[in-house]
Every structure is written in structure tokens, then in C-alpha cells.
Write a protein that binds this ligand. Structure first.
Ligand code: ME8
Length: 514
């Protein structure tokens, strides 16, 4: 059986979750659910990143300790998961004792190998990012993420010999075309790697910061937060000898936004290589949710609360909007008008109306009883070719994390079904007793189409999927979804059973009242 491990970034606990965090977690959840539909054994991890200066500062503002503050915010990240219908297998916190042990053991391995050295260093440092910058990384002399001028600091610290592995990393990326996706980020990283890679400062003196993991080889220093954080991906599987680690490593594909491509695309593979651990399978990089052209971010304060949006529009509508609106890899704009437009046109109009029209007609013309495709009916009325085309396009797009395209393929089937109703005019067929068989087949094909659509939307809209399945009189398998192989065969709707009148799937959002 194929195994697949998906992760989200572990989020900093210096502020509560916003729409950007929700997007990455939902994208990883959708990918995991799709892999399950392919029959794979999956493991899906998310969690929180709790050490470092950012957390100390946030805790100080609230007059509390870093640990108490981390407990509070980490809980918000955990509590939001069921509200967003995210089914993670584990939630990791970098303050977990097991994680701390693994970080120390990885550091010791690399230190013993001679890839960590002590040196005095003067460099430019962004406190917001908690890292040293190279001049060439700045934009107009400022940190590209925080827009602030970094400070020059001089310190003795421990450094990780990343430069030693630069040629190896370039070769690894070049020989593994899928390592970083989409392509533009692979190109970006390779072009960054054309200049010499500097060694990474992986310690912070305790005179400046104590909230971190003490270095196993020097009591006076804590570990740089990124070195600590990246290790979470193996800790959570029970590295070094846990059963899960053996099963799921190195199948990991990490979901991240473009802000953290360097730690994931450069530090992490080199850390693994230096520690003698297999390199993870790949990175799936997405763009930013922007608000009026600026990145939605806690430091700017222009954030949208996913709990509030979900409360107003419903969890499936929110998940659909996020996956349909953003082209994976590119930036997208968030406004309320865009979400309302998507709900009204794609969900209420296209899918919702189709669902209620088909079930209402079946109720009206056959008292809800499903007719079979009678032998004497017109075989050209089949919707199977449209369903097959949708399935093929959907599967390809999902495998490439092109969620917007996958959904567009399903909506092509929805639109083909709406056109099919117009073209075949069931209301005219109903007037002609000689064409009852054709009417039965038309409705049967449409019910089959709904079954197909319901199966395919499960990764993105699990609740809606099961609502449609139940309304079609079908039973959900115990695991809660149909595999692609189970969906594929055409003609599975049970004839002779009676379906109830439909209920509204997605109410239209009244723009005035929104
Ligand atoms: O970077 N649009 O944590 P973080 C899209 N702890 N995604 C966004 C976003 C936006 N406007 N804003 C945030 C960290 N994100 C580290 C990670 S991993 C070993 C350590 C999402 O809380 C996106 O996934 O700053 C981004 O990469 C992540 O949140 C950054 O979260």
C-alpha cells in the first residue's frame, strides 16, 4: 500500500490563527483526503512552533510566561481544527519533551560529525524574523518580510556548515524535478543557490534568549528556533526507530507558503543530509492571501478570523472558496465580495440548484422512486463520458495540488448536467407517455451524475458530500468516503428505492445582509 505523509508548517504561537494559516492547513487536509481516496495510507501532521524571541515578547506584552502564553495560543490552533473539518493524525508542539530530546540528538550527531563549529560573527539581524540576513537578501536595505532595517550585531555563536552541502543540494534539486513545486519556486531556489551559501548560525546566547532548547554541547546557548522547529517533522513520527517513522519517512510532502521556502528548501534538506537521514520527498509551496495588495499578516494586523468566516458562511463554503479561488502557487486577494460571489454562483446556483432540480423532478414525475435506465430508452442519453472526463481531469489536477483546477473539472460536470437538463427537457418528456422510459433514463443519469459529484467533492467539502450521498439513498462506507475506484463504475444508483424531496444545500447569501 502506498504511504503518504503530509505536513503543515508548525505555526508560531505569538498570535491567534488567521485565514492564511487556515488555508495551508485546509490545503494539506484536502491533499490527505484525496490520497485516501486513491487508497493510500496517510499521516497528516500540524502543530505549533513555541520557542524563540517572538514568543517571549508576546508573552511579556500579556504579563505572562512564555510557556503559559504558548499553552493558550497553541490551544487556539488545536481548537480550530475540528471547526475547519481538518482531520490531522497528530498535533505537535515544540515544547513537547519528546521533541526536545530529538532536537538534541540531531544536534549531537551533526556536532560529532564536525559540521558545527564555534565562531565570532558580526552580521545584520532581523529581530522579527529572528535570523541573520545577507545584504543581497534585503529589499532597499530592509527585511523583505518586516520592512524594517535589520540591526548589526556581533556575537560568538555556533554555526552549521551549510556551505559544505551546497553542491549536493543543487544536484538534489536538479535531479528531483518534483522536489519543489510549483516550478517557479524551484527556479527561485536554484537561482538563490547560484551565489555561495553562508553557514547557518544555529545558536543564541542565553545572555540574550533563554526560551529555547539548550544545546547538548554548550549549556550557555539555546538552539536557533528554525533548527528546533524543522525537526518536528521527524519527531512526530517517532524518529529514530518508531514504527511510524519507518513507515512514513521519507514520504513527506511539506505544505508551506513562499515566506518559508528557504528554511524548508535549504536548511532542512541539508540538516537531514548532515544527520544521515533520508531527504524528504518534497515541498508544496503556495502564495499569499493578500488584502488590498498587502500580505495578510499578524504584524500588519489586516487578518481575517477563519472562525468568524466559517460561522457566517459554513465550513464547506469556506473550504471551497479557499481551494477554488487561489491558484496554488500564486497570490490571491481576499475580500468578502469574492467569497459571497463564489458561494452564490458556484455553490447556490450551479451545484445547489442542480441538486434540488434533479431530486424535485424525480419526486414530481416518479414520486421519488428511482427508475432504471430501461432497455427501451435512448442510450445516447448517457452522461458517463462527461463524468469520465471530469474524473480524469480532477485526478490529474489533485495529484499536482492544483486544487482550483480539480474543482473546476468537477464544475464542468455540474455545468454539463445543467445543460443536459435544458437540452432534454424532462418537463416535455413527462407530457408524452410514450417517452416515460426516456424520462426515467434522463433522471437516472442525473442522479448518477450527482453521485459522482458528491464522491469527488469529498476532500474539499466532506459535509456536503455526505449530505448528497445520504439524499441519494446511498450508504457511506464505514470510513466515511468512497475511493476513486468505488466512484468510477457508472450505473450504481439503486433502482426502485424512493428518495425524499430535497432540502436546500447552499442558501444564497444576501449581499445586503452579509
Ligand atoms: O513561519 N497567506 O510560522 P508562522 C498564505 N513557525 N499563507 C499564510 C499567510 C498568508 N497571508 N500568512 C501565514 C512560521 N500563512 C514558522 C514555521 S515550520 C517548521 C515553522 C501560513 O506562524 C503559511 O503556511 O509565521 C506560512 O508559511 C505560515 O502560515 C507561516 O506561519
Amino acid at each position: 500500500m502506498t504511504c503518504q505523509y503530509y505536513t503543515t508548517p508548525i505555526y508560531y504561537v505569538n498570535a491567534k490563527p488567521h485565514l492564511g494559516h487556515a488555508y495551508t492547513s485546509i490545503a494539506a487536509d484536502v491533499a490527505t483526503r484525496f490520497k485516501k481516496m486513491e487508497g493510500a495510507d496517510t499521516f497528516f501532521l500540524t502543530g505549533t512552533d513555541e520557542h524563540g524571541d517572538k514568543i517571549v515578547q508576546a508573552a511579556e506584552k500579556e504579563n505572562t510566561t512564555p510557556k503559559a502564553y504558548a499553552d493558550k495560543i497553541s490551544k487556539l490552533f488545536q481548537d480550530i481544527l475540528p471547526l475547519l473539518n481538518i482531520e490531522n493524525n497528530h498535533f505537535i508542539r515544540t515544547t513537547d519533551p519528546g521533541h526536545i530530546e530529538v532536537v538534541k540528538s540531531v544536534l549531537s550527531t551533526i556536532y560529532d560529525k564536525g559540521d558545527i563549529y564555534f565562531s565570532s560573527y558580526e552580521g545584520i539581524y532581523c529581530f522579527g524574523c529572528e535570523r541573520f540576513y545577507q545584504e543581497r537578501e534585503l529589499v532597499d536595505g530592509k527585511c523583505p518580510d518586516h520592512g524594517t532595517v535589520p540591526e548589526t550585531i556581533k556575537e560568538s555563536n555556533y554555526f552549521f556548515k551549510m556551505s559544505k552541502y551546497q553542491d549536493w543540494l543543487i544536484e538534489h534539486i536538479e535531479t528531483h524535478p518534483d522536489f519543489i513545486r510549483p516550478e517557479q519556486y524551484r527556479t527561485e531556489l536554484l537561482s538563490f543557490l547560484k551565489a555561495p551559501l553562508e553557514d547557518l548560525c544555529i545558536s543564541r546566547p542565553k545572555t540574550r534568549l533563554t526560551w529555547g532548547i539548550t544545546l547538548p554541547f554548550d549549556e550557555d546557548y539555546v538552539t536557533y528556533v528554525w533548527f528546533d522547529a524543522l525537526v518536528n517533522y521527524i519527531t512526530a513520527l517517532g524518529y529514530p526507530d518508531g514504527e511510524r517513522f519507518k513507515k512514513f519517512w521519507p514520504t513527506a510532502r511539506h505544505f508551506v507558503a513562499k515566506d518559508i521556502i528557504k528554511p524548508h528548501g535549504i536548511y532542512w534538506p541539508i540538516m537531514l543530509k548532515a544527520a544521515g537521514i533520508d531527504i524528504y520527498n518534497g515541498l508544496n509551496v503556495h502564495g499569499f492571501w493578500n488584502v488590498q495588495g498587502a500580505k495578510m499578516s499578524k504584524s500588519i494586523g489586516n487578518v481575517t478570523d477563519p472562525v468568524e468566516v466559517t460561522g457566517r458562511f459554513g465550513v464547506d463554503a469556506f473550504r471551497y472558496f479557499l481551494m477554488r479561488e487561489m491558484v496554488f502557487g500564486l497570490d490571491a486577494n481576499f475580500t468578502e465580495d469574492v467569497i459571497v460571489a463564489r458561494i452564490n454562483s458556484d455553490l447556490a446556483n450551479d451545484l445547489g440548484n442542480l441538486f434540488s432540480r434533479v431530486l424535485s423532478m424525480n419526486y414530481k414525475y416518479f414520486k421519488g422512486r428511482i427508475q432504471g435506465p430501461a432497455a427501451g430508452s435512448n442510450k445516447d442519453l448517457s452522461l458517463e463520458p462527461d463524468a469520465d472526463a471530469a474524473l480524469a481531469a480532477y485526478t490529474k489536477a489533485m495529484a499536482e495540488c492544483r486544487f482550483h483546477k480539480a474543482l473546476a473539472s468537477v464544475w464542468e460536470l455540474v455545468s454539463a448536467m445543467n445543460k443536459y437538463i435544458v437540452a432534454n427537457e424532462p418537463w416535455t418528456l413527462a407530457k408524452d407517455p410514450a417517452r416515460t422510459d426516456d424520462l426515467g433514463r434522463v433522471l437516472y443519469e442525473l442522479l448518477e451524475g450527482l453521485r459522482f459529484v458528491a464522491g469527488l467533492i469529498w476532500p474539499v467539502m466532506p459535509d456536503t458530500s455526505s449530505k448528497i450521498i445520504t439524499a441519494l439513498g446511498l450508504e457511506l462506507p464505514e470510513k466515511g468516503f468512497f475511493t476513486l475506484d468505488a466512484i468510477r463504475p457508472w450505473g450504481q444508483m439503486p433502482c426502485g428505492i424512493t428518495l425524499a424531496k430535497p432540502r436546500i444545500l447552499f442558501p444564497r447569501v444576501d449581499v445586503e445582509k452579509k
